[in-house]
Structure formats: structure tokens, C-alpha cells
Design a protein around this ligand. Sequence first.
Ligand code: ADP
Ligand code: MG
Length: 256
Amino acid sequence: VQEKLRTTDRMVSLGTLAAGVAHELNNPISFVLSNLRFAVDELGEQTEAGKPPSAEQLEEIQQALREALEGGERMRNIVHDLRSFARREDERLGPVDIHAVLDSCASLARSAIRHRAQLVKEYGDIPRVLANESRLGQLFLNLLVNAGQAIPEGDVKGHSVRITTARAEDGWVVISVRDTGVGIPPENLQRLFKPFFTTKPVGVGTGLGLSICHGIVTAMGGRIEVSSEVGKGTTFRVFMPEADRAMQAATGTKSA
Ligand code: ADP
Ligand code: MG
């Protein structure tokens, strides 16, 4: 049962990731294609008419191509971000720069948040943590997608999703994801990290996201906490060990 659940977890998180990426790529793709189509048609008409395009037409074509290029660059960035999560199923822990991971997650979650809230980053001066980079990416992507889904579409200025990093107590780093969404009623807080607990309609929610998050954090020696107020919003806090400290402890090195 354990192994089966683990396989399901992996498939579901891959599915979530794939859906997000497909969505995110879709805009630049249709944009790039329609601009290229415009440029080709425009040049084709001129050639058929047997006359060179006017300066004005050339400028329009150039503009369309320039925008297509930007769209192409955006797609390249998305694929680049994705690759940082797609490394082999490697569970090894090492020193990780959390801010780089959070930046990639933020850009992958852009489509989930863009029409709902402002995404704010408040990065503190923190050391690297001991973690698995791609697992960490999966974790924060899940938290960000949930935050987006907790906020209704429309009032972008009135809502925020805030990612904060800071040093916590001795030897720990805390990363919080705070949203101004619907919040979670107290009776649901206990069940949040249980597999298959969802309040979302079939097709939207699987109820596996947070149980995966919980599994990832505890496997890496960290912990995850939640606090929420209905109608106000929700904060998830992830505590991860500082890399230097944790590795010293593991090798038994003592400072004199
Ligand atoms: P899913 O998102 O597929 O429903 P999760 O395990 O990610 O599954 O989340 C479980 C449930 O926890 C959600 O259905 C929702 O009710 C609640 N939840 C999670 N994150 C938030 C959040 N940021 N704001 C409000 N509710 C949340
Ligand atoms: Mg979820």
C-alpha cells in the first residue's frame, strides 16, 4: 500500500506540474504562432503583388517578429525552470540556495496567481539549507498553486501571495507562503495533511498536494506548520535546517 501510494503521489504531482506548464506555455505559443503567421502572410502578399513592402509595412512586420522573439524567450525560460525540477529521481540531500528554488517556483506558478493576486517576495539574508532541490521545488510549487486557488479571480490589487524567507531559531531557516485567500476553518486544519482531503471539485483537487508536501518536508528533516483565519487568509511555514550546521552535526565535527 505504501509503495502504491508513493507511486500515485509521484504521478499526481507530475500531473499538477504538467498541467501548470501546459497552461503557462500555451499563451506564448499561440502568440508566437499568430505573429509569425502575420509576418508570413504580409510578406507573401507583397511578393505576389510584385512590389517591395513599404517602410510602414516593414515596421509592422518587424514589430511582429520582435514580439514573437520575446514569446520564444519566455518559452525557453519556462523550459529552463522546469528542467531544474526534472532531474533524475535523486533523493540525495545537499546545500540548496532556497531563493533560486523559490524564483523558479514563482515563475512556474505565475499562471495560477497572475489574475488573482500580486506575488510579493521578501527574501531575507539566509544561509543555504540542507535539502533536495527538486523535492523542495515540488513542495513550494504545491503551496503556491494552493495559495492561488484560495483567492478568487479578479481583484488582483486587493490580494497578495507573499513569499518570505528568514532565519528562525538556532540553525533553522523559515520559508513562509502567505495568502489573503478564503482561509481554512479550524475543523479542517487537522485533516489538511491527510491524503485525499480536499474541498475542491473533482478535477481541480486531488487532496494529495499537502500530504506530498508533508512527506517531502519530513523526509528532509524539516517541518511544516499552518495557521489560518477564515476570510483573512492562510500562512504555511516550512522550517529547514541550515546546511552547514546540519552537515557538521552529521559528520560529528565539533568547533573547539
Ligand atoms: P487539493 O489542493 O488538491 O485540494 P491539497 O492537499 O493541496 O489538495 O489541499 C487540501 C485542502 O486544503 C484543499 O482542498 C483546501 O481546502 C485546503 N487548502 C490548502 N491550501 C490552502 C490555502 N492556501 N488556502 C485555503 N485552503 C487551503
Ligand atoms: Mg493542492
